[in-house]
Design a protein around this ligand. Structure first.
Ligand code: FE2
Ligand code: FE2
Length: 183
């Protein structure tokens, strides 16, 4: 990659975050087609509203820098999708979502610990991180409930463990890349 200025690097990093939020929203949207549990439908609607708002907050942050989001085709979700494939049942789908949400939160928390973060970026990081714990909690609870109801109570945690392995492999590469941008 050509040498980027520090504000260009910021735009790249925020574009990765934006992409992860948009693709996360797409995953949540897809789940609305997968489950007929009415409680899940309510939760998914609010969850989807959060993820699209997160994508908008990163988009606004990029615009505030006078830039436009850059297209990202090798972000977290694409990488994990390639390695994990698309889950074919609801327990796997929910298990994958738990891992993806935990990763989103961890990336933001890690970013917040770096020195010299512009206050406007810190505000967005705080705002988007605030919603992730309830996302993780309700999805994990539902995954376990589905597994329980299917008579395979361990399936949810097994699915989460399986996707966590894949997530680790994905983040090894992506984490190196993000650190190399040094923002
Ligand atoms: Fe989010
Ligand atoms: Fe989330």
């Amino acid at each position: 990659m050509k040498r980027l200025s520090s504000s260009e690097r910021e735009v790249v990093v925020y574009s990765y975050y934006r992409d992860a939020e948009l693709r996360g929203a797409n995953l949540i949207f897809r789940m609305t087609r997968f489950v007929d549990d009415p409680e899940s439908q309510v939760m998914l609607s609010e969850h989807l509203a959060d993820e699209t708002r997160h994508a908008w907050l990163w988009t606004q942050r990029i615009r505030d820098l006078g830039a436009y989001p850059v297209p990202i085709d090798d972000g977290y979700q694409v990488r994990i999708g390639k390695m994990a494939g698309l889950p074919r049942n609801v327990i796997d789908l929910f298990g994958l979502t738990v891992v993806v949400e935990q990763r989103a939160l961890r990336r933001y928390q890690e970013h917040m610990r770096r020195p010299g973060i512009p206050p406007e970026t810190m505000e967005v990081l705080r705002e988007v991180s605030k919603d992730e714990p309830w996302h993780i909690d309700w999805i994990r609870k539902k995954a376990r409930e589905f597994a329980e109801n299917a008579g395979t109570p361990k399936r949810a945690d097994e699915a989460i463990a399986k996707y966590r392995e894949i997530d680790r492999a994905v983040m090894q590469d992506l984490g190196d890349f993000e650190r190399s941008l040094g923002i």
